[in-house]
Design a protein around this ligand. Structure first.
Ligand code: GLU
Length: 307
């Protein structure tokens, strides 16, 4: 925790750096599944500045957990974009594709607590199940179909059928007890992981799920402060729960407003938002753009939405 000036009020100001204060470690963690856009630039600038202003460290993590969708040309693009924006990062780049052992260890730990179960459902099975509620951002809450399989049924199907591993959320929440976390804008937030249902932690088609990988890697990299778009606000409930179960440190969160185009649609790779690479190729000044974003100004035609 940071020492507030109020609790240090008795001490003479020596002009020295207070090295008892926990240094800030922030990160930018893009998925190399497409080109970065202005929303990514905003996340990167804010995360970079948060660390730099405090004499802390700013890290880069490539979230290439999905081998089928990640592309080396996008990794190269991310590095070029950061350079163009004038943002330097510290230390080696962590690639999630190298982290299988760490993810498996975390899954083992949760399996040892009897919180995981194999799920054989396809996307179509889940979509077809009546009334599956939404957990935001078009993510259906899993109806729990495979939770009730007997140990014998699980064993029989594991050998023959592709499967994911889900967390039994009700048991996990009961085990962890009440949790909260802190967001720079929202203040104290009561963790509500139940709203997400039994999320996948080990995917059929990737090393781990986003939720597991991000939690394990933020801890492994010593991250103290997570800066990211408000679209991931709700996911933080799950990350906070996993931190508690895996006995990992709790982080501070800074979810920022999302950028939107003229029609009010959130900038997204899949909606064809103009890439930073395009702005770069047009000869725009990346450092000036970063300056503009840190001053809270946005390019013409770009606005914000909360999530
Ligand atoms: N990899 C995620 C993305 O590109 C961001 C993860 C995070 O900041 O927690 O949307």
């Amino acid at each position: 925790m940071m020492t507030s000036s109020a609790t240090r009020g008795q001490e003479p100001d020596t002009g020295q750096v207070d090295n008892r204060r926990e240094p800030i470690v922030s990160r930018f963690a893009p998925s190399p599944t497409g080109a970065l856009h202005l929303g990514h630039a905003l996340s990167a600038v804010l995360a970079h500045d948060l660390a730099r202003a405090a004499g802390g460290r700013f890290l880069l993590r490539i979230e290439d957990i999905d081998g089928g969708r990640s592309r080396p040309e996008h990794v190269a693009g991310i590095l070029s974009d950061l350079r163009w924006l004038g943002l330097s990062f510290d230390g080696p780049v962590l690639h999630q594709s190298t982290r299988q052992v760490a993810y498996e260890a975390a899954l083992e730990q949760l399996a040892g607590m009897e919180l995981l179960y194999p799920c054989f459902c396809t996307r179509a099975d889940i979509a077809a199940s009546a009334g599956a509620p939404q957990a935001g951002d078009d993510v259906s809450v899993y109806p729990g179909t495979c939770r009730g399989l007997t140990p014998a049924e699980r064993q029989a199907r594991i050998a023959t059928t592709p499967h994911a591993w889900r967390i039994d959320m009700a048991s996990a929440v009961a085990l962890a007890g009440p949790l909260d976390w802190h967001d720079a804008a929202a203040g104290r937030v009561i963790a509500d992981s139940m709203a997400h249902g039994d999320v996948v932690l080990a995917r059929k088609d990737a090393l781990a799920s986003y939720h597991l990988a991000v939690t394990v890697d933020d801890a492994a990299q010593g991250v103290t402060d997570v800066v990211r778009g408000a679209d991931l606000f709700a996911a933080t409930h799950v990350h906070r729960l996993l931190q508690a179960l895996l006995e990992l440190p709790t982080l501070r969160y800074h979810h920022h407003a999302l950028l939107a185009d003229e029609s009010g649609k959130r900038l997204a790779k899949r909606h064809g938002a103009p890439s930073l690479a395009l702005l770069r190729a047009e000869g725009q000044d990346g450092a000036a753009l970063a300056q503009m974003l840190r001053a809270g100004r946005l390019p013409i035609g770009i606005g914000t939405i909360s999530a």
